[in-house]
Design a protein around this ligand. Sequence first.
Ligand SMILES: Nc1ncnc2c1ncn2[C@@H]1O[C@H](COP(=O)(O)OP(=O)(O)OP(=O)(O)O)[C@@H](O)[C@H]1O
Length: 261
Amino acid sequence: MLRIAHIYKTFNPGTVNEKKALVDLSLELKAGDFATIIGSNGAGKSTLFNAISGSFFTDAGSIELAGQDITFQPEYQRARKIGRLFQDPMRGSAPGMTIEENLALAAGSGGWFSHMTKKDRQRFRDRLALLDMGLEDRMKQPVGLLSGGQRQALTLMMATMNPPKLLLLDEHTAALDPGAAEKVLNITRRIVEEENLTCLMVTHNMESALALGNRTLMMNQGRILFDVSGEERKGLTVADLLLRFKAEAGKNLDNDRMLLG
Ligand SMILES: Nc1ncnc2c1ncn2[C@@H]1O[C@H](COP(=O)(O)OP(=O)(O)OP(=O)(O)O)[C@@H](O)[C@H]1O
C-alpha cells in the first residue's frame, strides 16, 4: 500500500543550521498494516509524516501509495487519500460549525448542508453512537464545545468516514488526559481493524507502541533503526525496547516524554 524508497530531507542545507532530518529512509507497508513509530527527540517522525503528506517534496527517493507514484504530487491531492490526525485536538475540525455540519463536510457533501437528508443524519447518528461519547445527541452543537477527547474521536471518525488509503496518527492522544487518551486509543484500534486501514501511528507511549497494531518501528536521526513484527514483537517489553535502542543507536534513548511516560 505504501512504498517509500530511499528518501532524504535536509533542512537549511549548506548553512550552519543544516539538519539531515530524513536519511536514506525506506519503508513498505502492506494493506492493513498498522505500524506504531517511536523514537528519540528530533528523530524525524513528524518529518516523515510531512514527507508522506506532501508538506514538502523530498530531496531524493520516491513515495508510492496504492500503486501510484505520489513523490511530486501536491499536498491537496494526497489529502484525498491520506487521513491525518495531529496532537492538537483543535486541528482537523471546524469549531464554529456543528457536529453534523463537520460530518457532512467529511462525508463529501460539499458543505451544502441544506441538502443533508434524513438518511445522512441517521447515518451520522449511528456512527457517532459507536464512539460511546453521547455525541449522537449533540449533533446540532458547535464542535468548539466538545472536550479534547471528544473532538479527537470526532476528527478520527471524520478522517476515516471515506476510508483513506493511509491513516497517519501523529501523537493524536498525547494532549489528552489519561482516561480520554485510552478511550481514543480504543476507538482508534476498533476503526483501524474494522475498516482494515493501513496506518502509521507516532506515539511517545512505549506500551501503546507495543500493544497496538502489528508492527513497531523505532526511529533515530532520520533513519528507521529497527522494525519488529510477528512473533518477535509479541514477547517484547518496554525494557527490551530500551535495550534494543541502546544496542542499535549506541546511546541511551533521549526522548524525555517517552521516558517520563
Ligand atoms: N521546517 C523545519 N526547518 C528546519 N528544521 C526542521 C524543520 N522541521 C523539522 N526540523 C528538524 O528536523 C529534525 C526532525 O524533526 P521532527 O519534528 O521530524 O522530529 P520528531 O521525531 O517528530 O521529534 P519529537 O519527538 O521531538 O517531536 C529536528 O532536528 C527538527 O528540529
